[in-house]
Write a protein that binds this ligand. Sequence first.
Ligand SMILES: [Zn+2]
Length: 542
Amino acid sequence: MDNRRRQPIGIELVKRGIISEDQIQTALDFQKNHPREKLGDIIYELKLCDENTLIAAIGEIFGEKTMLLNPADVKIKAEDYISLDVLKQNNAVLFDVDDGRAKVCFSDTANKKAIDTIRLLLLNRGLVMDRYITFKSNIDRVLNGFGGKVSDKISVGSDITEMVDSIIKTGMDKRASDIHFEPMDNIVRIRYRIDGQLFNVAEISKDKQQQLIGRLKAISNMHQEKQESQDGRIILYPDYNIRVSSQKNVYGEKFVLRLLKKNANVKEIFELGFPNDENIIRNSFDKRNSITIIAAPTGEGKTTSLYSIIQYLNKPEINITTIEDPVEIRIPGLNQVEIDAKSTFIDALRTVLRQDPDIILVGEIRDKETAEIAMQAGQTGHYVLSTIHTIDAIEVITRLKKMGVSDYDIASTVATTVSQRLVRKLCPHCARERDFNEKELEIIHGIEERNNVKFDLNGKKTYDAVGCKECNGVGYFDRIGVFEILVFNDQLRELISQGESTLKIKEEAMKYGYRPLIVDGIEKVLAGITNIEELNRKLRIY
Ligand SMILES: [Zn+2]
């Protein structure tokens, strides 16, 4: 307990240089709308400073042992000692029992009653309690079952073949896109990436590391002895393509499995979060003699969007050819060409052009040569779809110029550029409704002003992510695209061919209905699909 004289935690943290007075103010403003939340939890949730630094400082201030508490920290089946209901009622996580001592993590050490209850129950079983503190949301996350459930399902102690199988199958159940096997100092850590976020799900003892690596190499068809980076494929699971890559680090070889679901129904274009307006779609895509480019950083769903657009355009009388590296999803009716070690992108593109397709999907424009051929294809009666790695729809122009494409070619060939980000959707089972707070309204009004738009805020509510069984305790479930679509009209083409700055082009585009990513993002917040906090994580709006 905390009997020492100390100042309020906010002041203590500022004194220690952990956060600034401005940040404390941000947290205090947030607290006005969430009076029951503690300042430390708010600072953590708002990510105002490094989590490790914060928890260490809180430990020092309260004179308590601390930990961040991940699902992977739970080493035992807590219900063997104390019922889960009792742990939940007392906001406590029993995570380890060793040598007559039980380690329990609490979120609030001022709650003497909870601590005494748990201490007594443990004493009745002959165990002495060691107390730790962490953040409330981490306690909730573990209690709501993510870690518990996953670790239960993964049979870490058993035979290595079964263990690997169990880790992969559980990852599939949990909709993981990647599974990481990471040798560390004294364990091998297993993490899943779900909706773009990494979660610790299990730890395997170091003495199993070599067997584990051997098994992964065997099923991935990799060389057993070779320790340099390797690529492989697992074909044991009929519904999935699993690409595997290994890389040596100081503690051993790290493996990443990328899970691609086969024949996954390509989503309808509107389901992705595109503006639900047939006219916009028709005006943006399917224009002969032109190129549409989807621009976004890696991992933001460019490929999914490409496939959905292709699916939308896919009709029996139209010849669609794709050039991909590799083919990720097979779609009936398409001629899909995969790049292999012998053929380059350019070779494939040249061959494909000779077969006179109507629509060509070029996986990615990555260099001058691809850009030039894609442009030529777009100028000779084809409709070309591709992606490029830039931050927004306007920057595509700059990027193409840097690759050596002329202003004239850009102006005359590019029809539409689209940019996108994936944001997590609020879990419909546990999202908690509330009014927008002052800070959020300020952010929204700022966006209105900067982008010359007006949102309809009348009667609109927003939601906090809470966490429940359905969403693995995360509060979010699945993702949706936030989009901006820039359709090049005559006025814009004129500006581009004159080599005008992107700023000027942006200003002009806004007159014709171009709405930046953030505007679409706020629309999705107002529709209750996501919230400002998540939008900020992706687009940094405050
Ligand atoms: Zn939920």
